[in-house]
Design a protein around this ligand. Structure first.
Ligand code: FE
Ligand code: FE
Length: 292
């Protein structure tokens, strides 16, 4: 058992940040080409940290259609706070400061790394901005949401979970598995209905999409809304729920995920030097404050 897991088991609680960090490290190992081998494909479920497995158990048994609809109703009113992008970025960093900084990079460093990698490759300004802000929906933790309703992979609810969803075996204990309708291939949906007509497990993707939906280009919103939908954009699952729009747009998810996973790089950034560029970029697309 590594030091982090020992600490977690002693304390008896796992913060959203710990799971977020471990999950993202796990994703990086699973999907980064240099470390992906046939063996790691076969064994990843048992090699993942125990906290990640526990996290997915909690996530998969609790994310029912009823739960998702309740969260959408709670958060669609955007009446929880009025904050700037920078307020949220600072808040997410303060979560990391609460424990050992060696355990994970602050969220803002992940933001700068993702955005700088996009910038270095000459991508358009809206895409650099998307990289910079894509994880800010994790502010849900500030509003008291448990980690299994903030971070991790997302997937459709109200229909049978695809085998390609990570740890799909845990869905057996989800109450929706007892419903013949919710456990059928299409569930409450029509074949080819399009992801925008599908309810997804609740987390930071859809929440940030809700906050930003009137402000960014559709490609940016699509990336923000589905960037954690690994079963589709990395595993090719759920094509039967896609419409032509998804088939056109999913290429952005594939592209983006390469930059999202390019994190945890030891290269440090001079944040003070970079900040003016990002202040200008944020101000170009977004109002000074947003409703959250
Ligand atoms: Fe994310
Ligand atoms: Fe990310």
């Amino acid at each position: 058992m590594n030091k982090l897991l020992l600490f977690i088991s002693l304390v008896g609680t796992i913060s959203a940040k710990d799971v977020s960090h471990e999950w993202e490290s796990f994703l990086q190992e699973k999907y980064t080409p240099e470390v992906k081998t046939a063996d790691s494909y076969r064994n990843y479920t048992t090699e993942a940290p125990e906290s990640v497995q526990q996290f997915y158990h909690d996530n998969h048994i609790n994310q029912t259609l009823a739960f998702v609809l309740k969260k959408k109703a709670t958060y669609s009113s955007l009446d929880k706070a009025q904050m700037s992008i920078w307020d949220v970025m600072d808040y997410l960093d303060s979560l990391v400061d609460e424990s050992d900084p060696d355990l994970g990079l602050p969220q803002s460093i992940h933001a700068y790394q993702t955005a700088e990698a996009l910038r270095k490759d000459g991508h358009p300004r809206w895409l650099i901005l998307t990289g910079f802000i894509h994880d800010l929906g994790k502010v849900l933790a500030k509003f008291g949401e448990p980690q299994w309703a903030v971070v991790g992979d997302i997937y459709p609810v109200g229909c049978k979970p695809h085998k390609k969803v990570v740890y799909s075996e845990y869905f057996a204990d989800n109450p929706d598995s007892d419903s013949p309708l919710y456990h059928s291939k299409y569930g409450i949906y029509k074949p080819g209905c399009g992801f925008r007509n599908v309810h997804f497990s609740w987390g930071h993707d859809h929440y940030l999409y809700t906050v930003l939906k009137d402000h960014l280009p559709e490609q940016a919103l699509y990336i923000i809304r589905y960037h954690s939908f690994y079963a589709a954009h990395r595993e090719g699952a759920y094509t039967y729920l896609m419409d032509d729009y998804d088939k056109e747009m999913i290429k952005w998810l594939t592209l983006f995920s390469q930059y999202d996973l390019y994190s945890k790089d030891p290269e440090s950034f001079d944040v003070a030097f970079l900040r003016p560029y990002y202040e200008e970029l944020v101000a170009e697309f977004l109002p000074e404050t947003l409703r959250w």
